[in-house]
Design a protein around this ligand. Structure first.
Ligand code: ZN
Length: 405
């Protein structure tokens, strides 16, 4: 199972972050969780085929979480898709999609199955396939919103071929039956018992997608023992009041869910645009839970890296966490001088923000401010030794009204 974050912004996109969506790749097919504007472009850039989407799960009807849906469906229509597609979401999703295509006088070339969740939905399986199922539960947001858990069903145990042959098993169908848990009767009447030959079933991988919610026990239930928990962390703990008021989580809330659910890996996402540097949020989450990572757009997360690496090849340049390009990795240590120059780390955090124009304009006053803020940082760090913290909040333009999201 491979998870590819396609958009990690909350509410509004920024110059470097797109609206929420995450792809789950499994055995060649794709499930999408949320479908913000730009989802289909990000899929292309991630190296994911749009035609391979079989399931779309929407959490709620805040526009940023579904604004890419009609565009994606339209592309599938233009590709003359014939395979059915299943869309799960709050009640109304069917009406919304059908109205849009009726308005455009377009008849879809493929069937869409809808799984609509009523507002009094208390939780349960919303999709049940041969090899996996998906469970949803209501979250705690300003409007009806659900979280999801994707669960692979247990995989059959390994067959001990030597032992089977010693007992007289030779035919393929006999192996198949044994693997499926059925005992096999041989011609001479002896019965070969399945669990003698087949090992314990191996647990399937799991993934939980929890977004647009304050802390809620349902998130813990969905995330219980998952391989990967993708949890929103819109705000840092210093804005816990705002998180509560707007029905969102802080990075500590995400860590709390990860702890209570004993997930194997926490990945935080859905960052407020005010955090030009989301590492502030990661650092906070890691105080309470490890391993924790930032969702990075287009960077795949694996449940089985040994077998999954290289299956999905991003089509665009990805920035490494340390600021190096992914192509640089192989040539580490033998980089030419010119390359070194090109990817040289910038000196101050401020210049990393998209708002370089304002930076230049205000560079003088910045110097004063930055010395003040480093004083503040030193104060903040009293208990944490000499750890250096980047400036946590950097408004980008005067037009960003951070009181609203
Ligand atoms: Zn949101």
């Amino acid at each position: 199972m491979i998870i590819v974050p396609l958009g990690v912004a909350s509410a509004t996109p920024t110059a470097t972050r797109h609206l929420p969506s995450v792809a789950l790749w499994r055995e060649g097919t794709i499930c999408l969780f949320d479908c913000g504007e730009n989802t289909q472009m990000r899929m292309l850039q991630a190296g994911l085929k749009r035609s391979k989407v079989d399931f779309i799960f929407l959490t709620h009807f805040d526009v940023d979480h579904y604004s890419g849906l009609i565009g994606l469906l339209s592309t599938l229509q233009l590709q003359r898709r014939e395979t059915p597609l299943t869309i799960t979401g709050p009640k109304g999703i069917k009406k919304y999609v059908e109205w849009n295509f009726k308005f455009a006088e377009t008849e879809l070339t493929f069937k869409v199955n809808y799984v609509e969740l009523e507002e009094d939905f208390e939780g349960g399986k919303v999709v049940d396939e041969e090899e996996f199922y998906v469970e949803a539960r209501p979250m705690k947001h300003t409007k009806f919103c659900v979280g999801y858990r994707f669960q692979e069903k247990d995989k059959p145990g390994k067959v001990n071929a030597e032992k089977a042959e010693a007992k007289g098993i030779t035919e393929d169908w006999q192996f198949k039956d044994l693997k499926a848990g059925k005992d096999v009767e041989l011609d001479d009447g002896t019965v070969v018992v399945s669990h003698d030959i087949v090992g314990h079933p191996r647990p399937g991988d799991s993934f939980a997608y929890i977004t647009d919610t304050s802390y809620h026990p349902n998130a813990v239930k969905l995330a219980m023992n998952t391989n990967i928990l993708l949890h929103e962390a819109t705000f840092s703990e210093s804005l816990a009041d705002k998180a509560e008021e707007t029905g969102h989580s802080t990075s500590l809330d995400a860590a709390r869910v990860a702890n209570e659910a004993q997930t194997k890996l926490l990945v935080i996402t859905h960052f407020s645009a005010r955090y030009t540097n989301p590492f502030v949020l990661l650092r906070e989450a890691r105080k309470d839970f490890f391993p924790a990572w930032l969702a990075t757009e287009l960077r795949p997360i694996f449940t089985d890296p040994a077998h999954e690496k290289g299956i999905i090849q991003p089509k665009v340049y990805l920035k490494e966490i340390d600021g190096k390009s992914s192509d640089d990795k192989s040539s580490r240590g033998k980089k030419s001088d010119s390359k070194k120059k090109r990817f040289r780390k910038r000196k101050n955090y401020k210049s990393k923000s998209s708002d370089s124009y304002n930076n230049r304009k205000k560079s003088d006053s910045n110097r004063d401010r930055s010395s003040r803020s480093s004083d503040r940082r030193r104060k903040d760090n009293r208990d944490e030794g000499t750890e250096r913290k980047p400036r946590p909040i950097t408004p980008r333009t005067p037009f960003d009204d951070f009181d609203r999201f």
